[in-house]
Design a protein. Structure first.
Lengths: 262, 292, 445
């Protein structure tokens, strides 16, 4: 029970703080219950920032990156693990390097490359590196899972005359739905909160994602309007939480069985 | 290998992901590796300096070594919290009969909340003036002598910034391990219990060997994420006080974007890559040897 | 495979070198401030680091809309990143890729100086003179934007004065008076501590506030030149003026002047400690007038708050009316994209800006307009504004824009250790002098 409290506490604290008046936040004990509640912070949060726009952008980026991560991850894993080829070990190693490289260092070269091909300030400029850097882990999870699909399944299908494309569509894809859920879940968490790529590649207001939008509450010389920020944080995590709650069972089962075999 | 695979089919499946990966990840990384042999501040002409950056890093940079050891301690704390915590909670969860689903969902919550908010919350928790939650708790349980400004004390700050990062992703690893644990065949366990095995032997002899592959995956995931840990220390203390909570990643970031020394920053990131490779190698080596 | 990798590496380096440096030498002359030709309206961008809902952005948006009415097709795209470290990362990345927009914000840092040397920024003094606006500006506001060789490349949009705000009731409770000299402050802190009061609330997380303190003693003892010499290694912390500030900082620490655990406390934490009556003093500039000198201030302390300017010391070479008076981050004009349109828009906007800005209750960087005191202001507001009229000639420059960035980062870290008592003044002096020796040559050749 204690453990549950430790995990839930921050969210509860966040929510309560977002309901505090500015005065109460400034002078009161941050851990006591507030003396009065107000929705004013939410009003201010919506007024200052374009939260709806930010959420929509985050949604597009998260979806886009996830599609790439899942599809390409599965394809590469299929080629490496199931089809197999001469340099498969080498290619696999090449992909694994991506797991361990700190992303910050690639920023300047990435930016230079992107500006050379006019990709700056687009959804793609966020989606591509996010997907690229998440791809190795996705490939790793998928190929570990594919190891568990018995060879006989493939051989039987091959004997029936199914080619590699049909096998992919009819056998591998449906079987790995659980792993798909795992990959999507893990990556959504990271991508939803990504700041560094978004900050580097996005220039226009229209494309700002949530973590960038939260900067709207920073005032002169680094003064932050915390109560409005927290209100905005509460608003912006709601979609993700809703998805979690609605898909709760499917997601967690997916995570369990997917990872289990991975 | 699939019997009727063809060269084209391999290419069809492999090429798109490989292209994306090369363009978005490998190529820029390669570029930054090349940069490590140059002196470049972003706007000047690049000047080839050979191994000078490497020599400086290994022999003449005290902050680099400090950050390196800090990063190792940071990693150790994160691993204990994430893997140890995850294993304990997952084991407890298997013995729970009700509310599992709820607990599992709740456990993912901290991972979802934006880092900015987490950092802010923990600064409050550790604070002493005004008294934060941690110091208040210590006071209540009679350990008032331990009260301190956790994030300003050079001896405690590293642990203090590691804890939130560790705590945050425990839920993720817990779910993975839990899933592995419930997949342990009941018959195996029952047979062992009949043989009079204690709970501990049950765990070490039956359960753990069974979940070993999952354990390896999670260890590698947690290690590589731990070695790349960045935002929480950066936001909470910015590496301070002094260099007490400076990690290789925060140092690298500052070298690149504060000192505009992109060449040297690349050198540090080459080191991080090598360090990660060694870490993963060690994990695989140790776990393999244990298994044999 | 190895061969392939090597080939790829070479290709990568070449590509980077090409895109990074190619086209770097823009053929435009940075001193040509009045380009000739037709004004062709288009969208221009301003990369800036100012509050998203602040006065500067709101006014510039409005002015851009007005300008667009006469010049259909014109638009000003304001790209703001209020968080300064994130902004600097963005600016450097854009500069490295040679993709700086028409207008961009920067302090007078060594990095900006290199951009200027490469001819990437339009000379601001010539620009302002050609628009006949140069003499409107407060000399101090322009000086703040100058590089150490006196050249001017950035245009200020603000003018601020930094004061030490204090709580009269708390000082009285501890039986201390407003300090007459900087050297009085440590003893004052001890007295306040003995009365159970936090002497000074400081934002340790953002680091610049503590760095202000290290600049004070040398500014009084040796004047504004000290930091100019220090950053090039021509002066050192081991010099008398340097030692004075090192010892003074250590004394501030020993006297527990700052709230415990200050290094992890943020901007609003510090301000809240002061406005809730827990801390006796708070060093901040006029940009906080709306929260410190209006009825937004906590009523419990409203009547007790006052401010004093930076105290002098005995033998001080600078006067009491000379202290930190920054004009904020400045705006640079990209020479590569400078054309009749940019020139015409700047002329339009810079002429109208001061009046609009002063109407918001802030100090304009020019002397041509009078600041409106807001209706909800306390008497302190007016007093603060009037202080601007009696400023002396010299100003204390914040060190964070002066030192090379590596030394600056090290200084910020070591200062915390010094004040917390983790290192001795001797260790501090040696570390910092070594750091300057190692890093300064790279930036100030």
């Amino acid at each position: 029970m204690l453990i549950v409290i430790v995990q839930v506490y921050p969210l509860a604290w966040l929510f309560v703080t977002s309901l505090r008046t500015e005065q109460d936040f400034a002078t009161g004990d941050p851990f006591a219950l507030p003396s009065s509640l107000t929705w004013e912070n939410y009003a201010r949060a919506f007024e200052t920032g374009d939260l709806g726009r930010n959420i929509l952008n985050s949604f597009i980026v998260t979806m886009g990156a996830n599609v790439l991560i899942v599809l390409f991850g599965m394809m590469a894993a299929y080629a490496i693990q199931v089809l197999g080829f001469r340099f498969s070990r080498f290619v696999r190693g090449l992909f694994l390097i991506g797991i361990i490289v700190p992303v910050q260092i690639a920023l300047v070269p990435l930016f230079i490359d992107y500006s050379a091909v006019n990709l700056l300030d687009t959804y793609q400029s966020m989606i591509i590196p996010l997907a690229g850097f998440a791809l190795p882990m996705s490939i790793y999870l998928f190929s570990s899972f594919f190891e568990y699909i018995p060879r006989e399944t493939y051989e039987a299908a091959s004997l029936d005359g199914a080619g590699p494309y049909r096998i992919f569509g009819l056998i591998t894809l449906p079987l790995s739905l659980n792993t798909v859920v795992t990959v999507v879940l893990v990556n959504s968490i990271f991508i939803w909160n990504d700041f560094i790529f978004a900050n580097t590649f996005v220039l226009s207001e229209d494309l700002k994602t949530i973590p960038l939008g939260l900067q709207n509450y920073i005032g002169a010389m680094g003064k932050v309007d915390w109560t409005a920020t927290f209100a905005a944080v509460c608003v912006t995590i709601t979609p993700l939480l809703l998805v979690f709650l609605v898909l709760n069972k499917a997601m967690i089962q997916g995570l369990e069985s997917g990872a289990n075999k991975g | 290998m699939l019997p009727n695979r063809s060269r084209t089919s391999v290419l069809v499946f492999l090429l798109p992901p490989l292209l994306l990966y090369c363009a978005a990840v490998l190529f820029p990384i390669l570029q930054s590796l090349v940069l490590s042999f140059f002196s470049w501040n972003g706007i000047s002409d690049m000047e080839f300096v050979g191994l000078a950056n490497y020599v400086r890093m290994l022999t003449a940079d005290d902050i680099f070594w400090r950050s390196f050891f800090n990063a190792l301690i940071y990693l150790a704390i994160c691993l204990v919290l994430q893997l140890g915590g995850a294993l304990v909670v997952a084991s407890l969860l298997t013995s729970l009969s009700r509310g599992r689903e709820l607990i599992k969902t709740l456990y993912l919550l901290p991972a979802v909340i934006s880092t900015v908010a987490i950092a802010f919350l923990f600064v409050r928790i550790y604070s002493i003036d005004p008294v934060g939650l941690l110091n208040q708790l210590l006071h209540w349980v009679g350990l008032g002598s331990l009260e301190r400004a956790w994030l300003s004390d050079v001896n405690t700050v590293l642990a203090a910034v590691s804890a939130p990062e560790g705590w945050r992703f425990t839920g993720l690893y817990m779910l993975i391990i839990y899933a592995a644990l419930i997949a342990v065949p009941k018959e195996l366990e029952e047979a062992a219990v009949l043989d009079g095995a204690s709970k501990w032997t049950l765990f070490t002899k039956i359960r753990f060997p069974y979940i070993r592959p999952v354990w390896i995956t999670t260890t590698i995931m947690a290690t590589t994420y731990g070695l790349r840990g960045f935002d929480i220390p950066y936001l909470m203390t910015n590496g301070g006080p002094g260099q007490s909570s400076e990690l290789l990643t925060t140092y690298m970031y500052k070298t690149a974007f504060t000192s505009t020394d992109f060449g040297y920053a690349s050198t540090i990131s080459v080191f991080i890559v090598i360090e990660c490779l060694i870490a993963v190698g060690l994990i695989l080596f140790m776990l393999k040897r244990k298994a044999d | 495979m190895k061969k392939l990798l090597r080939a790829a590496a070479i290709a990568a380096a070449a590509a980077l070198a090409l895109t990074a440096c190619g086209g770097g030498g823009a053929a435009t002359d940075p001193s040509n401030v009045s380009p000739t030709g037709e004004i062709k309206p288009r969208e221009i961008s301003w990369l800036l680091s100012r509050p998203a809902d602040g006065a500067v952005i709101n006014i510039m948006k409005k002015l851009a809309d007005d300008y667009a009415k006469e010049h259909p097709g014109f638009a000003l795209n304001l790209i703001t990143t209020p968080d300064r470290p994130s902004y600097i990362q963005k600016l450097e990345t854009l500069a490295a890729a040679n993709k700086l927009p028409e207008l961009f914000d920067t302090d007078a840092t060594p990095f900006a100086q290199q951009l200027a040397k490469q001819g990437k920024m339009v000379e601001a003094d010539k620009l302002l003179k050609s628009l006949d606006l140069y003499d409107d500006y407060r000399p101090g506001a322009l000086d703040y934007q100058r590089f150490d060789d006196g050249s001017l490349y950035m245009i200020p949009f603000q003018f601020e004065l930094e004061f030490i705000w204090y709580n009269k009731a708390l000082l009285q409770k501890a039986g201390v008076a407003v300090p007459q000299s900087l050297d009085d402050i440590p003893a004052m802190c001890t007295a306040l501590r003995n009365a159970g009061i936090t002497p000074i609330a400081i934002d340790g997380q953002d680091q610049w506030p503590l760095e202000r303190y290290v600049a004070y003693q040398p500014f009084r003892a040796a004047g504004p030149d000290f930091v100019q010499k220090l950053k090039k290694g021509e002066a050192a912390f081991s010099d008398p003026a340097g030692q004075k500030t090192v010892q003074w900082m250590a004394e501030l620490g020993k006297a527990k002047c700052f709230q415990e655990g200050f290094s992890a406390q943020g901007y609003s934490d510090a301000q809240n400690q002061f406005t809730s009556g827990q801390a006796a003093m708070y060093n901040i500039g006029t940009w906080e007038l709306p929260s410190l000198a209006t009825d937004k201030l906590n009523p419990d302390v409203r009547d007790d708050i006052d401010f004093f300017t930076l105290p002098t010391t005995s033998g001080s070479v600078t006067a009491a009316n000379e202290f930190v008076s920054p004009s904020g981050i400045g705006m640079a004009v990209n020479s590569k994209t400078y054309d009749p349109l940019v020139s015409d828009f700047l002329k339009f906007a810079l002429q109208k800006y001061p009046a609009e800005y002063a109407a918001t209750g802030a100090l304009s960087p020019t002397t041509t307009v009078e600041t409106t005191v807001p209706a909800n202001a306390t008497p302190l507001y007016k007093k603060a504004l009037e202080t601007a009229n009696t400023l002396g000639e010299k100003q204390a420059m914040p060190w964070d824009t002066q030192l090379d960035p590596t030394t600056n980062g090290r200084l910020q870290q070591e200062l915390v250790l010094l004040v917390q008592g983790n290192i001795t003044p001797e260790q501090f002096t040696k570390t910092m002098d070594d750091a300057i020796k190692q890093n300064a040559p790279k930036f100030f050749k």
